[in-house]
Design a binder for this molecule. Structure first.
Ligand code: IFM
Length: 450
C-alpha cells in the first residue's frame, strides 16, 4: 500500500465555460466559445455551453458534492466576459458570482485554486484580433489585476493560463477549437502573447501588488514515443515534442524558444519581430509551482509529406473514450524528464481523468469501471513519484461533473458525477465513490503501473 504524505493536496477541477451556463445572466457578454458553438458543424451535435451544468445557478449544490467527496481543494476558472463584458467596462455583478463561490468553498473548508484563463476569450477581444494582437497582453492584465485586487486574500493559489498549447496551436493553427483559425503564424503569435501575459501577470501579482499567494501556469504535456528507433522516427519524435511540449516548456524555464522549431516554422513565419527584446525574460519569470495536465502519451512516426514530418502512428495500448492511450508509466517518465531538464518547482497535477461511455442505471448508479481503473493507475503513479521525492504537491481529478467537452460537446463525459442534462440531476459514479475512499485513506492499493 503506497501512502501520500500528509501535506499532499487532493482536489477536483472544472472550468467556467464547460459548466457554468448562465450565458446571458449576471451581465456576462459572449465569448469566442459561444460564437464558435453557434457555427454549424464546429461542435458535435451543434452543442453549446449556454446552459451546460447550470452551475451558475447551482454552484452551492455542486460545492456540497465537493465537500462530500472530501477533497481539500477545488480548481475552477473565471469567465473573462463576466468580469469585462466590454473592453474597459468592469462588471461588479460578475465578480460577485466568483466571490460567492469562494465564500461558499471556504465555508465548507475547501481551498479555492483559481485559473484566470481557461479559453473563454470575450468576443470584444476577439474582434480586435484576439491573442494574435499584442494588445491582448494589456487586456489580460487589466482582467488579471481586478481579479487579484478583489479575490487574492481568499485564493489559495492562482493559475494564469490553462493549456496555452490548446488556446494557441489547437485554436489558431489547427482550427479545432475556437476561434477555429488555420494559420501557423497566428498560432505561434497567439502562443507568444499568452505566455507573455502569463509572465506579466506573475510580475503584477508579486512585484506590483506584493502578494505572497502562490502563482503558476498549467501546461498540457504529452510525452512522445515512436514505434521504431530509426533516425526518421527520431526526427518525428523531436518535432512532435517540439510542437506540443518544448515550444512552451523552453520559454518558460529556459527563457528561449527551441531553435530547431523556430527553423522548422520559418518556412511559414518569415518574421519573428513580434518577439520583442525582454519578452523572454518576462515569460521565464520565477513562479511558485508548475501545473501539469496529463491525459495520455502520443505515438508518432515519420511522414515526409507532413509539414512537420510526423503523423500519428498506430498504438495498441488500451484507449479511453477519447481514443487516447492509457499510459501511466509514460506519465512517470514525463515527470522524470521535467525534473532532469526543466524545473525543481513543486508540481501540481492540475488535471487528470478520462472520458468513457457511461450508463445511468435505473437505480441512479453508474458503474464506470474503466474510469475508476484509469484513475487508480494514475493516482498510483503520482503516489510513487511523490514517494520517490519528485515533489508532486497535489492532484486534481478532471472533472467534477460531466460537462461541455469543447468540440465534442456533451458526447464525451469526463465527470466523476454523472449529469443528466435534461433534469440537471447529478449522480455519484463509482469513480467518485472510489476517489472519496482514496482521499479519505490517503492511499491507493499498490498495483504495478503499466
Ligand atoms: O476538458 C478539457 C479541459 O478543459 C482542458 N484539459 C483537457 C480536458 C479534457 O479534454
Amino acid at each position: 500500500m503506497s501512502k501520500f504524505s500528509k501535506d499532499f493536496v487532493f482536489g477536483t477541477a472544472t472550468s467556467s465555460y464547460q459548466i457554468e451556463g448562465g450565458y446571458d445572466q449576471g451581465g456576462r457578454s459572449l465569448s469566442i466559445w459561444d460564437t464558435f458553438s453557434e457555427t454549424p458543424g464546429k461542435v458535435w451535435n451543434d452543442d453549446h455551453g449556454q446552459v451546460a451544468c447550470d452551475h451558475f445557478n447551482r454552484y452551492k449544490e455542486d460545492i456540497q458534492l465537493i465537500k462530500e467527496l472530501g477533497v481539500g481543494s477545488y480548481r475552477f476558472s473565471i469567465a473573462w466576459p463576466r468580469i469585462f463584458p466590454e473592453q474597459g467596462v468592469y462588471n461588479e455583478e460578475g465578480m460577485d458570482f466568483y466571490r460567492s463561490i469562494i465564500q461558499e468553498l471556504i465555508k465548507q473548508g475547501i481551498k479555492p485554486v483559481v485559473t484566470l484563463y481557461h479559453w473563454d476569450l470575450p468576443m470584444w477581444a476577439y474582434n480586435k484580433g484576439g491573442w494574435v494582437n499584442r494588445e491582448s497582453v494589456d487586456w489580460f492584465l487589466e482582467f488579471a489585476e481586478v481579479c487579484f485586487r478583489e479575490l487574492d486574500p481568499y485564493v489559495e493559489s492562482w493559475i494564469t493560463h490553462n493549456e496555452p498549447w490548446c488556446a494557441s496551436f489547437l485554436s489558431y493553427h489547427m482550427g479545432h477549437h475556437a476561434p477555429g483559425h488555420r494559420n501557423i503564424e497566428e498560432g505561434v503569435k497567439a502562443a507568444h502573447h499568452i505566455l507573455l501575459s502569463h509572465g506579466k501577470a506573475v510580475e503584477l501579482l508579486k512585484k506590483d501588488l506584493g502578494s505572497k499567494t502562490p502563482i503558476g501556469i498549467t501546461l498540457n504535456l504529452t510525452p512522445v514515443y515512436a514505434p521504431t528507433t530509426s533516425t526518421n522516427d527520431k526526427i518525428a519524435i523531436n518535432n512532435a515534442d517540439g510542437y506540443t511540449n518544448r515550444w512552451f516548456l523552453d520559454p518558460l524555464f529556459k527563457g528561449a524558444y527551441p531553435m530547431d522549431m523556430m527553423n522548422l516554422f520559418s518556412s511559414y513565419i518569415h518574421d519573428y519581430s513580434f518577439i520583442h527584446e525582454g519578452d523572454l525574460a518576462t515569460i521565464s519569470v520565477e513562479c511558485d509551482f508548475f501545473g501539469i495536465n496529463y491525459y495520455n502519451r502520443s505515438l508518432v512516426e515519420f511522414a515526409g509529406s507532413e509539414k512537420f514530418l510526423f503523423t500519428d502512428a498506430h498504438s495498441d495500448y488500451d484507449k479511453t473514450g477519447m481514443g487516447w492511450d492509457v499510459s501511466p508509466q509514460e506519465f512517470k517518465e514525463l515527470i522524470y524528464r521535467l525534473r532532469m531538464e526543466y524545473t525543481k518547482l513543486p508540481i501540481f497535477i492540475t488535471e487528470n481523468g478520462s472520458a468513457y461511455d457511461d450508463v445511468l442505471e435505473e437505480d441512479g448508479s453508474v458503474h464506470d469501471k474503466e474510469r475508476t481503473a484509469y484513475m487508480e493507475k494514475h493516482i498510483q503513479a503520482v503516489c510513487e513519484l511523490e514517494n520517490e521525492g519528485m515533489n508532486i504537491a497535489g492532484y486534481y481529478l478532471w472533472s467534477l461533473l460531466d460537462n461541455f467537452e469543447w468540440a465534442f460537446g456533451y458526447e464525451k463525459r469526463f465527470g466523476i458525477f454523472y449529469v443528466d442534462f435534461n433534469t440537471q440531476q447529478r449522480y455519484w459514479k463509482d469513480s467518485a465513490k472510489r476517489y472519496k475512499e482514496i482521499v479519505a485513506n490517503r492511499s491507493v492499493q499498490k498495483q504495478a503501473v503499466k
